[in-house]
Design a protein around this ligand. Sequence first.
Ligand code: ZN
Length: 502
Amino acid sequence: MTELAADLVPYDEAVARYEPVIGLETHVELGTATKMFCGCPTTFGAEPNSLVCPVCLGLPGSLPVANRTAIEYTIRIGLALNCSIASWCRFARKNYFYPDMPKDFQISQYDEPLCTDGWLDVTVDETVVRVGIERVHLEEDTGKSLHIGGATGRIHGADYSLVDYNRAGIPLVEVVTKPVPGTGSLAPVVARAYVTELRDLLRALGVSDVRMEEGSLRCDVNTSIAPRGSATWGTRTETKNVNSLRSVERAVRFEIERQAAVLDSGGRVVQETRHFHEDTGTTTAGRSKEEAQDYRYFPEPDLVPVAPPAEWVEQIRASLPELPAARGARLQREWGLSDLDMAALRNAGALDLVAETVAAGAAPEQARNLWLGELSRRANESGTDLVALPVTPAQVARVSELVASGALNAKLARQVLDGVLAGEGSPDEIVAARGLAVVSDDGALLAAIDQAIAANPEIAATIRSGKTAAAGVLIGAVMKATRGQADAGRARELILQRVNGS
Ligand SMILES: [Zn+2]
């Protein structure tokens, strides 16, 4: 029965011999103003146990009433995920004894979810992977336990525990995928891409603030592996509450390496829940599914069934905004980008930044070049994400305008970006303060050009003989003399005129 203690198998070796299957269960806190079954507010960060009432505390005699907005939001999510919407379904009571749920049960959905059988496409390495959606159901969130003392922040080793019921009763949607086989070595990346795509979708739908760091989007990651060519899938583990996109990828990767080592050593993978540790990128065993409790689900007797009229569902469908996949396709068309260019934008996390920069007046090509070129390089150097750089799309758009108008050249634009990133002010303020402007005044340029010709008589002769490409050398000299501020186009014209004696 026991899992053999084992080391990890290096990732490439593990996926060369084993085929992973992943599955994701994502919990989304809905952004409704009030809780799922009572009128308590859902504000984040309020004084502990200040947002509670007899209903969400489950006091005797209180009765729940379902939140219509939460049901509408769930249908929005279901429709956006291409699901069928149940015309009739019920809430179920899930019984368990945990201190973070004051009622000793949670109202959830069990065998009658509101939305079933959909899909979400995710793009990885220019390949589209269709992730099947098993179900989308609605439930209420639990409270939050805080374990004080002990090293891990978990209940084991804690001196005492505190509980905050403010979150108990907040509408929570669970999106469960079907198992995703056939992704091979890309499994961790597909898992991350799926959660990213789902997060963007939920944000576009306006149903949740999807802040992983505040727990409004939480992910359980299922992973199994089986020897390549095997007719059956392996035993899966469920890594709970993985709370960042990066961690989703790391958790799958680690489980593949760990499970490969278990199987290599002749052991068998135990079906269990596991905890992910952000600091080490590892998982450790939690509760074993084989001794999992029986939740004794039964239809919730205090609530009427949910029966959304077909006309209402169609109204909701008609009100869906442009979804991220459609938006991406539209922008790609409008900007005239290849699939490869588009993938580069997405991978760099630059799609929204470029879209905002274009909306602020920049040409798409310029906006893309600045974000993927100069600014990506800065982000890499400082080890941050593009979006975290201290420069706004509006500022980038202004730099782009100054380049397009000829007021700045590429070199000067870089200096302006330096100034913006250093917090020296707006692009225009930096241009003024640093005296950055392209010199296109003929008088100033001619002085530098005459010097350059005098210093390079053989180049001038070459140009005169018809080889005008040699003008580049003189332009370089003029640039140097003007500390990069010369208008290169005008300098070239003047050089050709001057050399040919006109
Ligand atoms: Zn309440």
